[in-house]
Write a protein that binds this ligand. Structure first.
Ligand code: NAP
Length: 245
């Protein structure tokens, strides 16, 4: 057995730790976008594979027997590539993603939208001081339309393109606490929070803080999985799929 975990998430690290502990050979792959990534247990490789063909070749060369895609729920290109590459290499594929926030007790109070442009339009109707937490790669959807707005942006890594002068950019990464999130929303006079359905607890405190302060919340729904791909939402589910439980 030789498991390839496509990672970059807390779920991927937990899975690598459990498999490594059980003596299952595992290689974790990370994109290499973050300057100081949290490293998983076991073998690690960093950087893209070169699309579907590159990944299929890697799977064959490294004698990978199982591909587990535990990338972020919004890492859609990697997921699509992994599904296609696993099919070419004829190895089993499973998607492991944490449950989304659709079952969160506050979910009914949020505005759910299918895309970043739709999130921007919804936010325009809900407030004037947005807090943008959808990630660095989504900023092109907001930069020009909101070039003259007071926008608070939180990103993990520094921006490659400068933000408009009216924007405030903070660099931080979870996990976040509710008190800190409440203080941040208050400090910047935020009245609408934009996020995506990442799920999990690392970044969920802002949702409670928004509810406490009456801040509107706009959530971009998760992209759908490629047709036919198997998905599990728990560590136990992956272990069962791998026959390693
Ligand atoms: P993406 O758009 O789906 O992927 C773009 C390309 O990056 C892929 O085609 C692949 O390049 C490379 N790549 C992505 N994940 C990789 C991995 N785990 N190992 C090796 N190459 C990888 O991905 P993304 O949204 O930019 O996310 C990049 C990484 O950050 C992922 O590992 C993801 O788990 C993590 N992350 C993403 C988010 C988010 O909001 N999207 C949030 C937190 C963490 P090649 O085609 O050359 O193979």
């Amino acid at each position: 057995m030789q498991v390839l975990i496509l990672g970059g998430t807390a779920e991927a690290r937990s899975l690598a730790a459990v498999l490594d502990e059980r003596g299952v050979p595992v290689i974790s792959s990370m994109a290499g976008r973050v300057s100081r990534p949290r490293m998983p247990a076991g073998e690690v490789r960093i950087g893209g594979f070169g699309g579907v063909t590159g990944l299929a070749e890697y799977v064959a060369d490294e004698r990978i027997t199982h591909v587990v895609d535990a990338t972020h729920p919004f890492a859609t290109t990697m997921t699509a590539n992994a599904v296609a590459a696993a099919e070419i290499a004829e190895v089993p594929f499973v998607r492991y993603a944490r449950p989304g926030w659709s079952t969160h007790p506050l979910a009914d109070t949020w505005t759910w939208v299918p895309s970043y442009p739709a999130a921007r339009e919804a936010a325009d109707t809900l407030g004037t001081r947005p807090f943008l937490t959808t990630g660095r790669q989504t900023l092109p959807h907001f930069r020009d339309p909101w070039a003259d707005r007071s926008v608070l942006v939180r990103v993990v890594e520094p921006l490659t393109d400068p933000a408009p002068e009216s924007w405030t950019v903070v660099h931080d990464r979870g996990p976040y606490e509710r008190d800190g999130e409440t203080a941040l929303l208050r400090k910047h006079g935020i009245d609408v929070l934009l996020t995506k359905d990442s799920g999990g607890s690392y970044t969920a405190a802002k949702l409670d803080a928004a509810a406490e302060l009456g801040v509107a919340v706009v959530v971009v729904s998760r992209p759908s999985l490629p047709t036919g791909a198997t998905e599990v939402d728990s560590l136990a589910g992956v272990l069962t799929h791998l026959g390693a439980d």
